[in-house]
Design a protein. Sequence first.
Length: 312
Amino acid sequence: MPLALEAEASLRAFAEAKLPLDALGRVFSFAWTLREALAAELADVVAVLLATRDAPCAPGLADSVAASGQLHMLQILHRFRAEGFSTDAMDGAARGGHLDMVHFLHLNRSEGCTSRALDDALEAQHFKVVRFLVQHRPEKWSGRAARWAAENDDLQAVRDILGRNRDAPTAEAKVVAYKQKQTEMLKVLYEEGSDARPSYTLVYACADSDLEMAKYLTARGEGFVKSAMSEAIAAGSLEIVKHLHENAPPQRYTEASRVVPIQEAALKGQLKVVDFLIRNCPANCNIAHAVKLARQRKCQAVLDLLEPHMPA
């Protein structure tokens, strides 16, 4: 395979040497291995060793050069069509915060990277690298990418992530956006993304007695409805309790989970909520347990409401 023009230009520098190139390569190989020459950044030696190699470069060699940030050495490897590049190259460069290396690999190589590139860059707080990956790379990132964008109120970064992968994980980002009251960010996450995995956003909205947000989230099929119902009951939000009962998808209750809704309402003395639950969803209420609890707590008003509904 023909060498790149830059590689041919590099070799012309040796045209006036007294030894032929092959002989020069043999001499150099006695003094240095390719790995040693790369580590010492001996550009001329590296070029000759690559031009005269009679075997493929060792696996992982180019990747380790990328991870070390030796851009000039990696450029020589690329020019001489060195073997052994993999996704580890960009992963390692991102982990080390070598933005110039990441940029070069993005423009000149086809191996790409894995989601570890962004995760490791985030871990090391190389945020310029993170931003470059989000803006330019097509890989599907973990949920940490959208969460980082939400934490930094970076709406464009969220749009970049979802523009390349509509189903990118966004559950954690949705919670962050809700907690930080980033209404536009939250709408972009739900309306421009298609991640179907549930988040705790509805649970938090119900705990905050935020009826309008609860309506918005149930309309988009948000999950953890049983937990959301418990939070609405604990907050005494009768309108949200009614909304969830009428609009949320049916939930499968175990004997244990049937205790929770009526117990929460009984403990809080929320008579209107207790009345609504026993009239509208008695199958999801353990009335006997609630009566026992009310007797222990001496909540006569709750007892008066519950006892007529005790099973025979």
